[in-house]
Design a protein around this ligand. Structure first.
Ligand code: COA
Length: 321
C-alpha cells in the first residue's frame, strides 16, 4: 500500500481586510455580536477584478514551488470550489492552462466547505492506485460573490481565499492514515445558493446543530480508525466556520485549546480554503512540524462532511525530533 501525503503547500488571501467595524457601517450588527457568536474579527475580500481562478493560480504556484515538483510532473488537477468563475469551464481547466501544465485531466469538485477534504481523498485514491503520481489539489472560494450583503445573519460569516497542496507518495509512517466522508442531501435545504438571485441562504440554527454533532463524531472516528487516541493527535485543524462549533469538536476530542488551529478571527469562513489556510498558518508559526499527527475535519453545504487523520511531512529527514 502506498503512503500518500502532502508534498508542498501554498496559500493566498486578498489584501483587502474587511473588519466587523466595517460591517457596522452597512448592516445592523456589531463587532461584539459577531465576535461573541462566531469568533470572527475580520475577513479578506477579493477585488472585483480578482476571480476565483486568479486566487487559485497564486496558491497553486506557491504549492508547486514548496513541493519541488515540476509542472511537467503534475498528472491531475482537482479544484474544490463552489464559487467558480463560470459554471464551465471549471476553475481546474483554467488553472491547467494558466499554470502551463501538460494536457492532464482537470476537474472541479463541489462539496462546499468540505471540498478540500473530499478532493484530498479523491487525489489520494488515484495515487494509491498507481494511476497518477502527483496531483495538484486546490481549495478556493470567493464567497463574497454570492454573499447577500443585506442579510446580517450570513454576510458577516464569510471571506475569500485559496489554499493548494501537491499530493504524492511519502515515506512509510507519513501521510494519510484514515479518513471518513459523508453526505446527507436531505439537509441541502439548510445551506444553498438561491436559484433566483444566486445568493447564499442559510438556516444557521440547523447548520450549527448538524456541525457540532458531526465535527466531533468524525474527528473521533478517524482518530480511532488510525489506531490513535486523542493523546496522539498533535493538532486538530477544523473547518473554520464558527469558533463555537470548532470548540465543540475540540471538546469532544478532549483536546486543549493550544492543540486546535484557529484562524477564524483573521479570515472568517473561507469555505474550501479554510483548512489549507489554517495548516499553512500553523506551519509558519511552528505549531505544525513534520512528524506531527493531525486531524483535519470539515462540514458544509450538501450537507457534506469529512475528516482525515494524517502524519504531516514526507520523510524522516524532515523531522527534527
Ligand atoms: N448581528 C447582530 N444580530 C444578528 C446577526 C448579526 N450579524 N445575525 C443574526 N442576528 C440576530 C438575529 O436576527 C436574531 O435576532 P432576533 O432574535 O431578534 O430575531 C438573533 O441574532 C439570533 O439569530 P439566530 O440566527 O437564531 O442566531 P444563532 O444563535 O443561530 O447564531 C449563527 C447565528 C449564524 C452565528 C449560527 O447559527 C451559526 O454559526 N450557524 C452555523 C453557520 C455556519 O457555520 N455556516 C457555514 C457552514 S460551512
Amino acid at each position: 500500500m502506498k503512503n500518500v501525503g502532502v508534498l508542498g503547500l501554498g496559500t493566498y488571501v486578498p489584501d483587502k481586510v474587511f473588519t466587523n467595524f466595517d460591517f457596522e457601517k452597512i448592516l445592523d450588527t456589531s463587532d461584539e455580536w459577531i465576535t461573541e457568536m462566531t469568533g470572527i474579527k475580520e475577513r479578506r475580500f477579493a477585488e472585483d477584478d480578482m476571480d476565483t481562478s486568479d486566487m487559485a493560480v497564486i496558491a497553486a504556484e506557491r504549492a508547486l514551488e514548496d513541493s519541488g515538483v515540476g509542472k511537467e510532473d503534475i498528472d491531475l488537477v482537482i479544484v474544490a470550489t463552489s464559487t467558480g468563475d463560470h459554471r464551465f469551464p471549471a476553475v481546474a481547466n483554467i488553472l491547467q492552462d494558466r499554470l502551463g501544465l501538460n494536457n492532464v485531466p482537470s476537474m472541479d469538485q463541489l462539496a462546499a466547505c468540505t471540498g478540500f477534504i473530499y478532493s484530498m481523498i479523491t487525489a489520494s485514491q488515484f495515487i494509491q492506485a498507481g494511476t497518477y503520481k502527483n496531483v495538484l489539489v486546490v481549495g478556493v472560494d470567493k464567497l463574497s460573490k454570492i454573499a447577500d450583503f443585506t442579510d446580517r445573519s450570513t454576510a458577516v460569516l464569510f471571506g475569500d481565499g485559496a489554499g493548494a497542496a501537491v499530493m504524492g507518495e511519502v515515506d512509510e509512517g507519513f501521510g494519510i492514515r484514515s479518513f471518513e466522508l459523508g453526505s446527507k442531501g436531505s439537509g441541502g435545504q439548510y445551506l444553498y445558493d438561491d436559484k433566483d438571485d444566486g445568493k447564499l441562504r442559510m438556516n444557521g440554527r440547523e447548520v450549527f446543530k448538524f456541525a457540532v454533532r458531526q465535527m466531533g463524531e468524525s474527528s473521533v472516528n478517524v482518530t480511532e480508525k488510525a489506531g490513535f487516541t486523542n493523546e496522539d493527535i498533535d493538532m486538530l485543524v477544523p473547518h473554520q466556520a464558527n469558533i463555537r462549533i470548532m470548540d465543540a469538536a475540540r471538546e469532544r476530542m478532549k483536546m486543549p485549546k493550544e492543540r486546535m488551529s484557529s484562524t477564524i478571527d483573521k479570515y472568517g469562513n473561507t469555505s474550501a480554503a479554510s483548512i489549507p489556510l489554517s495548516i499553512h498558518h500553523e506551519l509558519k508559526n511552528g505549531k505544525i512540524k513534520a512528524g506531527d499527527n493531525l486531524v483535519l475535519v470539515g462540514f458544509g453545504g450538501g450537507l457534506t462532511w469529512g475528516a482525515i487523520c494524517l502524519t504531516w511531512g514526507k520523510n524522516k529527514e524532515e523531522t527534527h525530533d
